[in-house]
Design a protein around this ligand. Structure first.
Ligand code: MG
Length: 451
């Protein structure tokens, strides 16, 4: 495994790990990897204070390697993915640290279909980077052009979603992130009465932290109830994820956002195939059952979902954090489309968000973690598989065990020296009990491997 890339792309503190030099060398390496011919690379960035600086370096690297750079400027990640395909680019690079705090930034790489680079392509890029990319002669240096990816994205999305019927009041909170440049306007075009919060681009994230957790979106929750809105929409820093707040100010979790958006989007598809990860709630199985479809579980990470789609087909993919991929729309998680689907679902059925959420079974999750040195992780996994051998553990990613009253997932982090323990059950107490059971097994396994 490469040292630079995490679960998806490169991420780190700006000007420490993610420097202009790194961006330039990565741009050059990407150009070299794409090879000769009229290659084009799309480039977009989020609102971070370091993003424009990194974009300049990246574009300089890309063009010095002979590829043309197609600059979208400040756009959400789903617009970069959409634009990469729309403008026939051979690859795309998004400069973003998604939900991380303001001091972070990162680079995510996309293929010509607008899907994130799978691990093998990231490895190939990292190897090219380590060897050093090759600059071209003065008369082969790439061109740069500016392109507007927001307009075609917006027009295409509006074409696919009917205008809302009647009054629909929506409070949208973009976290001062990249969603600010499109989400409020687009919801207005869909016919919603929109109140926007934290929707001026600002890389200091003065309104709230870019991760849309319940504790970070208290202003949104308060606004939804104070303004008697039908729902609230919270995006993360690059708007590939959405969390919804219902009309009572209750947060609808990422799993349920995924399930509801999916039910609306797939309602006309016969036996839909839903791709998700081992960490996603059983609420997806309930949604699939409603639709007469099936759920397939992969390793954690957006590129893994798209890989499964490319290998075996599928209609919808997504993760437990509110990132949903609408596969005939784009090969990237799209928080803006997810919000539009849920708004359409409510408008079409005349139901409140809480009523829609109530059509699905409620599950409780519990998440814990413990430290574990990276080099011990494979042995700990084997030890855990041995301990749970009578439970027929699923080793797709970590160890997942199905139990009578729920499931348990013990999974090493891909980026930090920790092991995570997820549990899910119908009751809160049962979920906690399961997690404690998992943590006990995990700590014992780590100890036994150490000795
Ligand atoms: Mg994100």
């Amino acid at each position: 495994m490469g040292k630079l890339f995490g679960t998806f792309g490169i991420r780190g503190i700006a000007n420490e790990k993610v420097t202009p030099e790194l961006a330039q060398s990565m741009g050059l390496a990407l150009s070299t990897m794409l090879g000769d011919g009229d290659r084009r690379v799309a480039v977009g960035y989020d609102t971070r204070t370091s993003s424009v600086m990194l974009e300049h370096s990246l574009v300089s690297g890309i063009t010095s390697g002979g590829c043309d750079a197609v600059r979208f400027g400040m756009v959400p990640t789903p617009v970069l993915s959409y634009g990469t395909r729309h403008f026939d680019c051979d690859a795309g690079v998004m400069i973003t640290a998604s939900h991380n705090p303001p001091e972070y930034n990162g680079l995510k790489f996309w293929d010509d279909s607008g899907a994130g680079f799978v691990r093998e392509r990231e490895d190939e890029l990292e190897k090219t980077f380590e060897r050093g990319g090759e600059s071209v002669a003065w008369n082969e240096i790439g061109d740069t052009e500016r392109a507007d990816a927001l307009t075609p994205y917006r027009e295409d999305l509006i074409d696919r979603i009917p205008k809302v019927e009647g009054e629909m009041k929506v409070v949208v909170d973009c976290a001062n992130g990249a969603g600010s440049v499109i989400a409020p306007q687009l919801l207005r075009e869909l016919g919603c009465h929109v109140v926007s919060l934290n929707s001026q681009p600002d890389g200091h994230f003065p309104g709230r932290m870019p991760e849309p957790t319940e504790e970070h979106i208290s202003d949104l929750i308060a606004s939804v109830t104070a303004m008697d809105a039908d729902l609230g929409v919270a995006h993360d820093g690059d708007a590939d994820r959405t969390i919804i707040v219902d009309e009572n100010g209750k947060v609808v979790s990422g799993d349920v956002v995924f399930a509801l958006a999916g039910i609306n989007y797939l309602r006309k598809v016969e036996t839909p195939r839903i791709i998700t990860t081992v960490a996603t709630s059983s609420v997806l199985d309930a949604a699939a059952e409603k639709l007469g479809g099936e759920v397939v579980r992969t390793k954690v990470g957006e590129p893994e979902l798209v890989r499964e789609y490319k290998d075996n087909g599928g209609d919808l993919a997504g993760e437990e954090n509110g990132g949903v991929i609408f596969l005939d729309w784009a090969h990237c998680r799209d928080g803006i489309m997810a919000a539009a689907q849920i708004i359409d679902y409510a408008s079409r059925t005349g139901k409140k968000i809480s009523e829609l959420a109530d059509t699905l079974p409620e599950y409780h999750q519990f998440k814990m973690r413990t430290e574990c040195p990276d080099e011990l992780k494979p042995k700990v996994l084997d030890e855990l598989a041995e301990r749970f051998s009578d439970r027929n553990p699923d080793r797709t990613d970590g160890i997942r065990i199905e139990l009578e009253d729920g499931w348990l997932l013990l999974r090493p982090s891909g980026t930090e020296p920790i092991f995570r323990c997820f549990s899910e059950a119908k009751g809160k107490e049962e979920a906690e009990k399961l997690a404690n059971k998992g943590m006990k097994a995990l700590k014992e396994a780590i100890e036994s491997v150490k000795s």
